[in-house]
Design a protein around this ligand. Structure first.
Ligand code: PLP
Length: 433
């Protein structure tokens, strides 16, 4: 399958090129050339299939032409060595828990898949690939753990000194081996600028193979379609056949866009809810038709603090830039920090379910939008323990139990390399590695 750029100024490329490049040469995002719908019989069969079995069938739709079936099966089964259960929270509202992976957030799925896919492509490739990732916390841990110990790949995690939580920092600085943490004396924006400058630097790109591992990369973002199918299958398995609505807490919109791909593959989804914090650029677009990126603002759902969502270009492409078609399939909601706290508290007290700040936005938007006769699923994108301080600030001290996986990270020793915000220093560091 070929992948074309949303900007359409360069020729379509192979999967391996799309994955190793990340962003297209014209700065567009790669899109698969075709999305072939499943035969309707598939949807009758999947209630009896496991998460892995379903995901393998979905993976074949995207990657089946480029990767031998036995290898693709290994990649999928090895990626998904954890479950993604669906839990009823209240009446017709269900939580799709995407936090049972190694770093307790949904990004594990895409990061693990991408690492294994890239690892496969690099067999017989004589050069090493360097993955650069700027993080405000969550992406760094998922990517570092996903790529840990994969031969032929070095990962550099750039993070702002003193601006990520202890738990987050431990999740990528304690690994060692092929994972290097660069502690930048600046902000997240500085980290992102350093990474961007590296991708645009001729000399650096001649000396090293560089790629990204955020949701711009097709190998990280497409696998996120898997769990929408699993939610459908588990509901059908339980005999629930109502019209289905998904609510997706969104920042860069990779997760929601993957859901749109699931719909294009034929999964019967009635509509999507784009649930935002105060970074409401897409919310405003849905209301007005005008898209105006802005600086991000800080909220307690900080993995969604994005002022110019990168995957928006993919949504426009999927719908031929039609605002009316987009707003027929996606409705927007936005909530303030106070509203997020209020929802976390209410659901904990009334329904005995602990939400993290991101999931709380998804829950609240779903509750506001769901119509009689519909069933709604919100994506619970992270375990509440990843945001212990915020969650306990609302629900009270001692309410959050740290899962074993997180405790293990906390015992590790932090290793990081301090760097300034100057690009030349960063460049020299990479060149002399
Ligand atoms: C990354 C992240 C999001 C936002 O996902 P996008 O694909 O960027 O829209 C939401 N919640 C959590 C916990 C995240 O880590």
């Amino acid at each position: 399958m070929k992948y074309f750029s949303t900007n359409k100024l360069v020729s379509p490329v192979s999967l391996i090129e799309a994955v190793t490049k990340g962003l297209a040469g014209d700065e567009g995002l790669f899109m698969p050339e075709r999305i072939d719908e499943f035969h309707p019989d598939f949807f009758k069969r999947i209630p009896r299939m496991s998460f892995q079995e379903i995901s393998f069938e979905v993976a074949k739709k995207f990657f089946g032409e480029d990767i031998p079936e036995v290898i693709l099966k290994d990649i999928v089964y090895d990626t998904l060595n954890f479950d993604c259960p669906i839990v009823q929270v209240k009446n017709s509202i269900y939580s799709l828990e995407l936090f049972h992976g190694p770093t307790l957030a949904f990004k594990d799925v895409g990061a693990r898949f991408m690492a294994r896919l890239l690892g496969h492509f690099l067999l017989g490739f004589e050069r090493e690939v360097n993955v650069l990732v700027a993080t405000s916390g969550d992406t760094g841990s998922a990517v570092a753990n996903g790529f840990y110990d994969v031969p032929g790949i070095n990962v550099y995690v750039l993070y702002p000194k003193g601006l990520v939580s202890d738990i987050q920092e431990k999740q990528f600085t304690t690994l060692g081996k092929n994972i290097t943490s660069l502690e930048i004396d600046g902000t997240f924006d500085d980290c992102q600028r350093l990474v961007k400058s590296a991708f645009n630097d001729k000399e650096l790109n001649q000396a090293l193979v560089l790629t990204s591992a955020n949701s711009i990369n097709v190998a990280r973002f497409l696998p996120q379609a898997f769990y929408y199918f699993n939610a459908f299958a588990r509901l059908r398995e339980a005999g629930i056949t109502n019209d289905l609505v998904f609510s997706v807490p969104s920042g860069n919109f990779g997760n929601l866009t993957a859901g749109l791909f699931a719909k294009y593959l034929g999964l019967p989804i009635k509509r999507f809810i784009a649930a935002n914090n105060e970074n409401d650029i897409v919310y405003k677009y849905l209301k007005t038709g005008y898209y105006k990126p802005s600086e991000s603002v800080s909220t307690i759902a900080n993995a969604m603090d994005v002022g110019n969502p990168s995957n928006f270009a993919r949504i426009l492409e999927l719908y031929n830039h039609s605002h009316s078609d987009i707003s027929a399939d996606i409705v927007g909601y936005r909530y303030s920090d106070d509203e997020i706290r209020e929802t976390m508290k209410q659901v904990f007290v009334e329904d005995n379910y602990m939400l993290d700040p991101h999931g709380a936005i998804g829950y609240r938007a779903l509750k506001a939008d769901l119509k009689d006769g519909e069933v709604g699923v919100f994506l619970e994108t992270a375990h509440p323990a990843k945001f212990t301080e915020t969650v306990e600030g609302v629900l009270g001290k001692g309410t959050v139990v740290l899962p074993e996986k997180l405790e293990a990270f906390m015992k590790g020793k932090k290793q990081s390399i301090p760097l300034g915000t100057d690009f030349n220093g960063f460049k020299q560091y990479l060149l002399t590695k």
